[in-house]
Write a protein that binds this ligand. Sequence first.
Ligand code: AMP
Length: 150
Amino acid sequence: MTRQSKMYKHILLAVDFSEDTDCLVERTSGMVLLNDAKLSIIHILDNIPMPDISYGTVITLNDETDNSLLEQEKAKLNEIGKILNVPENQRWLIWGSPKEEICALAEQENVDLIIVGSHGRHGLALLLGSTANDVLHYAPCDVLAVRLSK
Ligand code: AMP
């Protein structure tokens, strides 16, 4: 067995642009290097009203729109994509539910590791659930839940 472990070929990082994103980016960068893996990134639009399209719609990153909230989300995803050297066609912005769209894209793109943040919830917050928990239960592949500060 060689010392270098290339366990994962295609890693998918799910980002919600919260203040902990730097930590996720750092861990992802390490995992990509370690595995010499392809990297895709995904952000799910779950907080912008978009009445004209159905859940699961992929939003193209270079489309001109007059929705400034949407433009902000595109800019944030592109910024992270540039930091991590992710080609534009592997930066995904999708309208829908995070759990469903992250897992569906992982399946569609033959991802073998999903990276998400985890806030280590307790008590009532734990009962209410988290994206990390949901992804863990429905993912078609391994999931790395990076513990973030609370
Ligand atoms: P949460 O359960 O909301 O605390 O989110 C935990 C992690 O799930 C985040 O650090 C992201 O990795 C992922 N996540 C949550 N919401 C989204 C979203 N809208 N798009 C992509 N990833 C998300």
